[in-house]
Ligand binder design. Sequence first.
Ligand code: FAD
Length: 378
Amino acid sequence: MTEIDPIPLAQLTTLRVGGTPARMIEARTRDELIAALRECWAAGENWFVVGGGSNLLVGDEPFDGTVVLARTRGIERLPAPSPARVRLRVEAGHDWDDLVAYAVVEGLAGIEAMSGIPGSAGAAPIQNVGAYGQEIVETLVEVELLDEATGEVETVPAADLELGFRTSVLKHHYGQAPRRRGVIVSLTLELRDVGHGDVPVEGAQLRQALRLAPDAAVSLRWTRDTVLATRAAKGMVLDDADLDTHSAGSFFQNAIVSASFARTLPPECPRWPMAVTVDPVTVIPLAAFDGVVPPPVSVQPDVKVSAAWLIEHAGLGKGFHLPRSRAALSSKHALALTNRGGATAEEIAELARFIQQRVQSEFGLILQPEPVLVGVEL
Ligand SMILES: Cc1cc2nc3c(=O)[nH]c(=O)nc-3n(C[C@H](O)[C@H](O)[C@H](O)COP(=O)(O)OP(=O)(O)OC[C@H]3O[C@@H](n4cnc5c(N)ncnc54)[C@H](O)[C@@H]3O)c2cc1C
């Protein structure tokens, strides 16, 4: 574990904002990562972990505590659970896209649609990363979690992380109480061993993004290359030279609203029904059973609505910025707030608040930020 001279978080976050913390530790091995956090917890210090810094909006004021940089690396192939399946254990600090590239080279399917998502593997479960309909919840088996409550590393099954739409029990803005507080040390994924030939593409959303017919078959390599090109065209692959990528990706989440609220929105607003959570078994006590099975209660599923559409139709088009502000919407994607050079965290937050207010007054809902906020309030 190496304590280093703290550097501004603006140099470590893809939004390029954030003050200099009081203390900074670089952890290059899992033992160093565990020791660093145990030390912070024993001392009662404020702390947070930074992986790739691609889902963080950190305030301009110095963070009064310790920032632990997760710089661990490594992919380990575990014994196969079945002939067609492969399990990989990945250290938390390992670069996510490097992991996807590895899987594709090895002919392992399940994460190829998430090519090009920046950041570390350890942060991927925090908000259940996903793209084009593929999410880590589909392949995550378990994580090794250093639990702040016990100080011990526990193996936590994916089901206990409550991975949902860009959320999990571990995700929280700094200062808010998470449902569970801890640090992912490693994660285990289970992928399908499909080799290097052409295979059918699962998921209508992915096939649509790749412009493939339902019966089309392509290689994992082709899917990865096409996803990377599609994302790059939207400024969603990090590129120092492209200011549209100086962002945290999508700044606002697509809004999840009730079916009845969705009907109040203009019909052109893109929307997708969420999966219905159905009570799988309704038990009728024998004594109460009169021979008549009640009809199932019809539950109208919640609806996910396009935040990008709401922003653009609230009059805030791509490239929008407030007067004299160095923060602007990406010129390629209305959901990405970008730093056009030298913007402060407060300028980013000011633009975010303005967008929230405009969308709320136009459509009556408050967009929620996707990045984790540290020392910033919207
Ligand atoms: C250009 C661009 C495109 C993006 N596209 C997508 C996309 O398509 N889909 C998507 O889902 N996201 C996307 N994102 C968001 C981001 O890349 C992901 O959320 C990513 O998983 C964040 O990883 P990170 O290592 O950078 O996390 P960081 O920003 O370093 O941290 C994010 C949060 O996770 C916590 N954290 C980090 N490591 C750990 C750990 N080991 N254990 C516990 N907590 C930890 C941090 O404390 C913080 O709260 C995009 C971002 C950018 C900049």
